[in-house]
Design a protein around this ligand. Structure first.
Ligand code: CTP
Length: 432
């Protein structure tokens, strides 16, 4: 099959499908030639959808992107100097557009200089054969597959193969990428490529890359479905300790990560918190036993954002105590709430991985599914109306009410108001 139209028509979601046809039409109208390349084509052939579209544009990617913005609502960033543009559309669809080019790396790890050229040249400088296939999008040639370097055969055989000898020298981050793809797809790194990769590791080529770029690549490991496999392989290839100094990848860490992966697959998607952070979760598991000094050192090395670091610190400080408390099976709802309240959500997932006892799992899920939503209907306004003056007492009363609601001692506004008056009459809130 040298035309991917049937796959495009069946494997993609409706919206991406429509967008792609539209894009091809606009490209044709504007006298550009546009190709989807790399991961999108690879994943399409694997029957998966990739919403991160890499597009190569013959003509000017920046001009084409600007013309698209007039029709498709989105955010556009252009880098005129590099002839690249990124168009972020709704629902996580991103078009990364480059002008067809030849790349010359001035020094290992340096940014490429750009010169306009053909599709084949663009594809040749890419990382692995499986990422070098292109699919024409212009209406006239829509769906035509371009496979100059045997990418399709390697994809079918499950092989990761570099295109040229100096690939890892040009971009040492490809060492990590190769391992990620190998583990993600259960592929093997082809013999010569593996020899080049090992040589690149022995020659410590990753040191030529800035720490920012290196740890940006490392972050991606934790977005994989099974980071434990990637880290195991990094360890086999003697790279783990270089990336995470002061941390030993032992069986205990590996099992912890595997349990976490299992928790994430078992927990239904709609239960997962909306904005949770893979990195915070996995690094918390990975760094769990480190001393505070080493923990801070590695957080700094990983270039964590302030919020990520604070959440990791909070998880690290709170979890040992919480675990101890949750091991008690008869825990009142308000006590449970009290222990888990304020713990970053990644911490809840980590607890489930750290404590396999069924009642701990039950506690966390009960908190998550039920307790967090159970709040009193009484507000500050009701307290004012009841004659309470604003001040610390407000919070104390609301807390008592909340606890009573959680423990189902009262239910509904009427009972809450009754309880409020009971508290006021007996000045129970003043005890604390
Ligand atoms: N690429 C490369 N060398 C790199 C990074 C990327 O040659 N160090 C090329 C590859 O052709 C890749 C494309 O740029 O397909 C886009 O890279 P990326 O955004 O990482 O996308 P994917 O290959 O789709 O990776 P993933 O599935 O992890 O998103």
């Amino acid at each position: 099959m040298n035309n991917l139209t049937p796959l495009i028509n069946t494997a993609l979601s409706k919206e991406l499908h429509a967008l792609i046809y539209h894009l091809g039409y606009c490209s044709q109208q504007g006298s550009f030639k546009t190709y989807a390349v790399g991961g999108f084509v690879r994943d399409l052939l694997l029957g998966r959808e990739n919403r991160d579209l890499d597009l190569v544009v013959e003509g000017s990617a920046v001009d084409f992107a600007k013309s698209l913005l007039k029709i498709l609502p989105g955010r556009l960033r252009c880098y005129e100097r590099f002839g690249t543009a990124t168009l972020v559309l709704s629902k996580g669809i991103v078009f990364d557009m480059v002008t067809a080019r030849k790349e010359f790396y001035a020094a290992p790890g340096a940014l490429p200089s750009v010169e306009q050229s053909t599709l084949k040249n663009d594809l040749f400088r890419r990382d692995f054969t499986i990422n070098t296939m292109a699919c024409a999008l212009n209406t006239e040639t829509f769906g035509r597959l371009y496979d100059f370097f045997g990418g399709r055969k390697d994809l079918e055989k499950g092989i990761i193969r570099v295109l040229y000898k100096l690939s890892f020298v040009d971009d040492p981050l490809r060492i990590i990428r190769a391992i990620r793809f190998e583990q993600r797809f259960d592929f093997v790194i082809e013999e010569d490529s593996l020899a080049m990769l090992t040589r690149a590791i022995n020659n410590r080529l990753w040191e030529k890359v800035s720490k920012e770029r290196l740890y940006n690549e490392v972050r991606l490991i934790f977005r994989e479905p099974e980071p434990s496999k990637v880290l195991t392989r990094l360890d086999e290839l003697n790279l783990f300790h270089e990336i995470f100094p002061r941390l030993v990848f032992n069986q205990q860490i590996k099992s912890r990560l595997q349990r976490l992966e299992r928790v994430l697959t078992e927990i239904s998607l709609n239960k997962l918190p909306k904005n949770w952070n893979y990195l915070v979760l996995y690094l918390s598991a990975l760094f769990y036993e480190l001393t505070e000094h080493d923990f801070k050192f590695l957080c700094h090395l990983m270039r964590l954002k302030r919020e990520e670091r604070l959440n990791m610190l909070s998880i690290r400080e709170k979890i040992p105590f919480i675990l101890l408390q949750l091991k008690t099976s008869d825990l009142s709802s308000s006590r449970l709430y009290h222990f888990l309240e304020g713990l970053p959500e990644e911490g809840l997932l980590l607890i489930m991985a750290l404590a396999p006892e069924p009642h701990v799992q039950k506690h966390v899920l009960f908190y998550w599914d039920y307790l967090v939503k159970k709040t009193p209907s009484i507000t500050g306004k009701d307290l004012l109306e009841a004659g309470i003056k604003p001040g610390p007492v407000f919070n104390r009363i609301l807390k008592k009410l909340h606890e009573a609601v959680l423990d189902e001692k009262i239910s509904g506004k009427e009972e809450e108001l009754g309880f409020l008056h009971f508290l006021i009459n007996n000045e129970i809130y003043a005890e604390e």
